[in-house]
Each structure stands twice: as C-alpha cells, then as structure tokens.
Ligand binder design. Structure first.
Ligand code: C5P
Length: 144
C-alpha cells in the first residue's frame, strides 16, 4: 500500500485518489469487463478504467486506461452523475465513452469482456461499488 493510500485512509479532508471508469457503448450495449486481479476482485465485473496519474485530466486518464486495458481508441463523452467510494481514500467517477477504433480485448487486468444490452446487465456479478454507476449508465441504453 502506498503512502498516498495510507494518508487518505482516514475520513476528512485530504488527498483522494480518483479512479475513472468508462461506460463504453456500442450498438445499444454497454461493455462489462471481468477482473483477473487482484485476488479479492478477480471474477467480478466492472466498468474498465483506472487511477488518474499526476497531471492528467479525467478524460485523458480514461482514454489512456481504455487504450492500455482494451487496446481501443475512445472518445470520452459526458460524466455520469455521481461519485462512488471504493476502498478508503479512493473514489470512482464514470464517463461515457464512444468507441472510435479497435475491437476491445482483455489485454490488462481483465480476462473476459461482454457487451450487455439493458436486459442482460444483471447477468454478470458486478463489483459492489460499480453497481450504482452501472445503474446510471443503463439509463442511456435503449430499452431491450
Ligand atoms: O485498474 P486499477 O487497479 O488502476 O484500479 C484502481 C482501483 O479502482 C482498483 O483497486 C479497483 O478496485 C478499483 N476500480 C473499481 N471499479 C472500476 C475500476 C476500478 O472498483 N470500475
């Protein structure tokens, strides 16, 4: 665990590590990614993303993370309203994203990907912290 994490572990003001994730849409479906690591998260599904690096905007971080993790180029869209606590000192913020090029592949941190239509969203075991974000993201999917 890094100093940064430890410093943020107590409640109150202080640095918060922002994790950005992408609600990536294609043909009326949302992309879900199954984590392969760390052990406590492996097998659970999430919106792909990761930590902001120093000096990055959330949108830049999102584009980088989706490139690294999925091998695709994307264009960030709107922020999905809300902010969700992860482990102490970490918060999750979600942006919509549109696929510009490439076919997503699980290159890093994931071992399976699925495109889910609205009626399929409950078919995977989402990480608890991602569930409210997915519920918000689902509002942008067509009825199915
Ligand atoms: O992918 P990365 O390890 O950079 O993500 C940082 C942390 O954010 C992970 O520990 C993971 O638990 C969390 N995360 C999450 N939901 C997401 C993306 C990341 O809980 N959609």
């Amino acid at each position: 665990m890094t100093d940064r994490t430890t410093r943020s572990a107590r409640p109150g003001p202080g640095p918060v590590v922002v994790v950005v994730a992408g609600a990536l849409y294609d043909q009326g479906r949302l992309l879900a990614a199954r984590r392969s690591a760390p052990a406590e998260l492996a097998g659970r599904w999430e919106l792909p993303g990761g930590k902001l690096e120093p000096g990055e905007s959330p949108e830049e971080a999102l584009v980088r993370e989706l490139r690294e993790e999925l091998g695709v180029e994307t264009e960030p869209g709107e922020r999905i309203p809300g902010e969700w606590p992860l482990k102490p000192g970490y918060v999750l913020r979600v942006w919509t994203a549109r696929l510009l090029s490439g076919e997503p592949r699980p290159l890093e941190d994931h071992d399976q990907l699925r495109w889910l239509a609205r009626h399929e969203l409950d078919s995977v075991d989402w990480l608890d912290q991602d569930r409210p974000a997915v519920a918000e993201a689902a509002r942008l999917l067509p009825a199915s």
